[in-house]
Design a protein around this ligand. Structure first.
Ligand code: BV8
Ligand code: ZN
Length: 228
């Protein structure tokens, strides 16, 4: 049975990572849609760098929670039959032991060079415009997908959805595309669909089944049920 799991900020909430909706999409009074864009970065790189430097520091101080660990346990049991696609830019899935994780919106702990397109593991600040480890130019930006930018690996994702028998969405509001459309594609390709979320998402009605509650409780229970 091929399982595709899509995760969003809600799976990291119990680790202490604020979701986009918790701050009702605001950060330091800015709307996230206004900070997470190429235009914002061109206009005021220091504000955007500060937004990501702060999150990069914070994410190194939190721990994965029971939901991340349950998905890692599931991967240990079913191996390549599970693919985790995450919209999150934290590394909590990896730190819980998951190995097959696809960060479709990039990663906080990675830097992208606008001069040489190099991508480099990066756990430090970027606001001081450090030189690129590849080409030496001070053109590093956060390696995250901003609004209006192409998410990573959409073709790999579509192939996985075509093969999926089960699509499970965990901790996402279903507000941002193309991720919010995956449930419809999965259904059209013949998969069963399940939503595990604190509250009904914008796409709840597209799912065969929805369960509401904290991911830290719902996900381990679902994995036990699946493996049981
Ligand atoms: C694209 C990385 C073309 C950065 C993110 C006008 C102009 C330009 C674009 C558009 C436009 N109109 C529409 C678009 C498309 C746009 C879009 O969808 N906009 C929205 C606002 C309408 N999308 C894009 O621009 C994308 N690119 O379209 O390119 C294209 C199109 C098709 C095919 C190819 C190319 C790029 C979008 C990526 C933006 N980058 N993140 C960063 O992190 O800073 S988006 C960011 O917000 C997240 O990555 C995530 O994707 C999104 C929503 O966040 P969620 O993860 O869902 O979190 P949220 O807070 O919203 O919800 C949390 C949920 O958890 C809630 O439901 C809550 O109930 C639940 N929860 C809370 N606690 C718990 C819990 N659940 C369980 N347990 C708990 N404890
Ligand atoms: Zn470079």
């Amino acid at each position: 049975m091929n399982i595709v799991v899509l995760t969003g900020a809600g799976i990291s909430a119990e680790s202490g990572v604020p979701t986009f909706r918790d701050a009702d999409g605001l950060w330091e009074g800015h709307r996230v849609e206004d900070v997470a864009t190429p235009a914002a970065f061109d206009r005021s790189p220091d504000v955007v760098h500060r937004f990501y430097d702060e999150r990069r520091r914070m994410v190194q101080k939190v721990e994965p929670n029971a939901a991340h660990s349950a998905l890692s346990r599931l991967e240990q049991m079913v191996g390549d039959s599970l693919l985790v696609i995450t919209q999150n830019i934290d590394d909590l899935h990896e730190r819980a032991g998951s190995r097959r994780v696809l960060h479709m919106h990039g990663e906080l702990l990675s830097a992208l060079c606008r001069a040489c397109d190099g991508r480099f593991a990066w756990d430090d600040d970027l606001a001081d415009f450090p030189p690129c480890p590849g080409c030496g130019y001070s053109e590093l930006r956060p390696d995250v997908v901003w609004f209006g930018e192409m998410p990573y690996e959409l073709d790999t994702i579509d192939r996985a959805l075509q093969k999926a028998d089960l699509f499970v969405s965990i901790g996402t509001s279903g507000a941002v595309y193309p991720a919010a459309g995956f449930v419809r594609a999965a259904s059209a390709y013949g998969a069963s669909t399940l939503e595990l979320n604190l509250a009904p998402s914008e796409g709840s009605h597209f799912f065969d089944e929805t369960r509401h509650g904290p991911a830290g409780t719902l996900v381990p229970h679902w994995v036990d049920e699946l493996l049981g």
